[in-house]
Ligand binder design. Structure first.
Ligand code: HDE
Length: 721
């Protein structure tokens, strides 16, 4: 029976619980009103003292209660994921908008009235489990759909391409980016020699490098990221017609990022920034939402593109194949227990349902091996599918038996197929009964260690990405590369990287080189590639730059993203004793009505005396938060309050940083004095010296929805902070 407490944890007003929630309920503990027991159910009378020979004597080995408790504690940790160790997850559901029967037979994609339960885990890649959320990194975006035909996992990222083309290079890539092995420095950062040494020898990584040096790699929120299946997959319909497909997740709140300077500071102020943001939004009922997008390509069109559909370092420009929006992903419930759910969930790109299949992408093919293999070490054996979070809601019946920590109690004497003694059960399922039958893809080839010819076009999509960026985005890429390469000790690696960037775009290379104090090589030098022994190096040179079919792709820039809502944005209202309560109240009401989250930030905790003699509760102090944890700042008037703030270095820094990071700022009445103290030009922000605030609040909310005013960026650099 689900416990009272478990019921209380569920979002109020939700429709009937999903089958997955019901399945999880069986395993949910209810400690409320219970007596303490050992693991064997023995009630414990003293949990404060171990058993000793006399009050001051040695502990006794026979104390089985102490031994059981300590032994369990000693084994609490399991190996963290070798990549994607740092993660946060949530439950929710997926629903198609209309049947996708024209593309796929997958049952969960047929009926728009049906909600399929999901568990979604977001992650960074390089850092350890305890690392900062704000590392410059690609983010994992892994979705487990608990469908009635079994689990389907879409194990993707927030960037549509990858560093490498072939699985055999994955351990090298990860060894290069992880902390260097001799001193384990740096944590969760690519700004070090081994990473760039490897990258400077891997021209195929240049497209991905453009993305990870862009603001995409430092999201404002996990709720404001796109997701991508990365590889090309296949959809197969009931008639057996197959089509290629690229999967996309489009966030309802748009794609937004922070600045690198903020990322560095957030890592200090709140390294849990992203997981806290996800948790708080769900707890507040502001459920994160994405639309599922499909780019569907007929099999006959496989070779129509300048690039190879099997190459995971290439994307299909949306101008060439539009993204069809077909369904909705909503996250509406936080996990009950981080370890049991977020840590123990096991994803696998080979967890498929009939109607969805993979392709021969050589990176994906390697992944099909890796994910089960890694669980054997991480989760300790072959029964990880029995852990509640991994169990399918569709029944599990087969002749797999035994192994570490087996939980199912299989009955009867038959554990083989075919059999007559078990009535032939469990029986194979025909297609009509949902049996998975691999699409019979034609294959013809020699056994070789080679890549398709088009895989060697390494730069044209890197150039396409660069050309598609807005000016501020380009500047951020240049700064990111200056930062990363500026951290290198090996000068030769730095130079090699500038040479590599010159192949993408000479202006880009020139700007990066200028920051590093280097010159851009006149002609791109011979690329020092890793080629197989005995191979003809010419065969491994990148092929000549092709004229890309698309010169610019709007979808690759964040400039045109959704900017219509201030919902869930955090707004700091700076106040001290004597603050103008009317101004605070009006702004709070307007922000709350827009779905934003106003918080009072003051020089001290407790409450403030307002100008009209009332009291205002303080949420945070300048010591416990920083401007980087907010999206915008409002400075209400009230002479005693604003003169205290103008004289408080922490408050002044708060305002300066908000300005420098191009966020919305509003000030009313004597609040303008605080702008002055911060050296912020009042003409650049929203102000109202006196009178009603109606217009100001509206303009402020609009400015927050815009996310940032990048036009301010260059000027803001001159304000000292
Ligand atoms: Fe993964 N990857 N990966 N990966 N990956 C893992 O599996 C691996 C790749 C991705 O939240 C591991 O259970 C290989 C691409 C995500 O639990 C491991 C290769 C993409 C997650 C593994 C790749 C991903 C993982 C570590 C190259 C984007 C986190 C723990 C052949 C499409 C899932 C685990 C979660 C996790 C191997 C490349 C996404 C070791 C060998 C490309 C989102 O099995």
């Amino acid at each position: 029976m689900p416990s009272k407490k478990a019921k209380a944890n569920r979002p109020a007003g939700k429709a009937a619980r999903s089958s997955k929630q019901e399945a999880l309920d069986q395993f949910r503990e209810d400690p409320e009103g219970q007596l303490l027991t050992t693991d064997q159910g023995l009630r414990v009378n003293d949990d404060q003292n171990s058993l000793k020979a006399g009050p001051r004597g040695p502990s006794l080995l026979e104390d089985f209660i102490l031994r059981e408790k300590i032994t369990h504690f000693d084994h609490e940790r399991i190996p963290e994921r070798v990549v994607h160790a740092r993660g946060a997850a949530a439950h929710g559901y997926f629903q198609v908008e209309r049947s996708l029967s024209r593309y796929t037979r997958a049952a969960f994609l047929q009926d728009p009235s049906k909600r399929t339960p999901v568990f979604v885990r977001f992650s960074t890649v390089a850092g350890s489990r305890g690392s900062s959320d704000l590392a410059r990194d690609v983010r994992g975006f892994a979705v487990k759909f608990y469908t009635e035909e079994g689990n389907f996992d879409l194990v993707g990222n927030n960037i549509p391409v990858f560093f490498i083309q072939d699985a055999v290079k994955f351990p090298d890539l990860i060894h290069a980016v992880k902390p260097e092995p001799h001193n384990e420095i740096p944590q969760a950062a690519s700004a070090h020699d081994t990473f760039w040494d490897f990258i400077s020898l891997m021209p195929e990584s240049m497209h991905m490098i453009m993305w990870v040096m862009s603001d995409r790699a430092i999201p404002r929120s996990l709720r404001m990221m796109e997701g991508f299946g990365v590889h090309t997959f296949r959809l197969v319909d009931t008639r057996g017609t197959a089509r290629f497909v690229k999967f996309h997740w489009k966030p309802k709140l748009g794609v937004h990022s922070v600045l690198w300077d903020e990322a560095l500071k957030i890592s200090g102020k709140d390294p849990d920034f992203h997981r806290r943001d996800l948790w708080e939004a769900i707890a507040a009922g502001a459920y994160p939402e994405w639309e599922l997008g499909l780019q569907v390509i007929e099999e006959a069109d496989e070779h129509k593109f300048a690039f190879d559909l099997l190459d995971p370092t290439k994307l299909v420009p949306e101008e060439q194949v539009p993204v069809e929006r077909v369904g909705r992903l909503v996250l509406d419930r936080n996990p009950d227990n981080f370890f049991a759910e977020t840590e123990q969930v096991a994803f696998h790109p080979g967890h498929l349902v009939p109607g969805i299949e993979f392709t021969d992408d050589p990176l994906l093919q390697g992944r099909l091996f890796s994910y089960t293999d890694t669980q054997l070490t991480r989760l300790g054996g072959p029964n990880f599918h029995e852990i509640p979070i991994n169990r399918p809601v569709a029944g599990m019946h087969n002749n797999q038996r035994d192994g570490h920590m087996r939980q199912n109690i299989n009955v009867g004497r038959v554990a083989y197929h075919p059999n007559t003694l078990g009535g032939g059960c469990p029986m194979q399922a025909g297609r009509a009964a949902g049996g998975f039958a691999t699409h019979p893809v034609a294959m013809d080839g020699r056994k070789v260690r080679e890549r398709g010819e088009k895989f060697f076009d390494h730069f044209s999509q890197a150039t396409l990405f660069w050309n598609s960026q807005s000016d501020p985005e380009k500047q951020h890429i240049v700064q990111a590369l200056r930062f990363e390469l500026g951290k290198l000790e090996a000068a030769a690696v730095r130079e090699r990287m500038v040479g590599m960037l010159a192949q993408v775009d000479r202006t880009l290379a020139g700007q990066v080189a200028e920051g590093l104090g280097l010159a851009v090589p006149k002609l791109a030098g011979p690329l020092n590639l890793s080629v197989p022994a005995d191979a003809d190096p010419k065969k491994f040179q990148p092929i000549a730059l092709k004229q890309a079919a698309v010169a610019r792709s709007e979808a690759l820039s964040m400039a045109q993203t959704v900017k219509d809502s201030a919902a869930t944005r955090k707004v700091a209202i700076l106040a001290a004793h004597g603050v103008d309560q009317d101004a605070v109240g009006a702004m709070q009401r307007a922000l709350l009505a827009a779905g934003a989250v106003p918080k009072i930030v003051a020089p001290h905790g407790g409450s403030l005396k307002t100008g009209d003699g009332g009291a205002l509760a303080v949420d945070f102090t300048f010591l416990t938060v920083g401007s980087v944890l907010f999206d915008a700042v409002f400075i209400p008037g009230g002479a005693p309050s604003t003169s205290a703030l103008a004289g408080d270095a922490a408050a002044v820094l708060f305002v300066r940083e908000t300005y420098k990071h191009c966020k919305a700022i509003a000030a009313t009445g004597t609040g303008l004095a605080v702008l002055d103290a911060a050296g912020v030009d009042a003409r650049e922000v929203l102000t109202r010296r006196e009178g009603a605030n109606g217009q100001l609040t509206g303009a402020f909310i609009k400015a927050i929805a815009q996310h940032r005013d990048w036009s301010r960026e260059a000027k803001a650099q001159t304000v000292p902070a």
